[in-house]
Design a protein around this ligand. Sequence first.
Ligand code: AMP
Length: 112
Amino acid sequence: MDCLFCKIIAGEIPSAKVYEDEHCYAFKDVSPQTPSHVLIVPKKHVSGLNDTELLPDDSLAACVRAAAKVAKQEGLTQGYRLVSNCGPHACQSVQHLHFHVLGGRQMEGKMG
Ligand code: AMP
């Protein structure tokens, strides 16, 4: 399958690893939008939030639980955002489920 994040998980494309367990892989976003910007992806390919029924519950839970581990590792003591863009209105650009962990500065209250 020609999927960028599958290739990163397989080590075929380099990435800056932050965290890994049996279900998920976390790495620095190549184009950070905040001082700390990490992507968490399930190792099993699913295209996005609309396909989570194809992902075992423990894998989905592992991705969400990884956020706190990543945040701790990144020193985000003042908080962070966990975001998953789904579909064109949300500007999803990679069709492999992923969660952005964004932090390291004060954010605006408005999210949209
Ligand atoms: P999204 O727009 O929500 O689909 O997020 C995709 C993210 O993947 C963007 O923030 C990109 O900067 C990031 N990205 C694209 N290619 C790479 C790469 N090779 N390594 C790390 N992050 C990447």
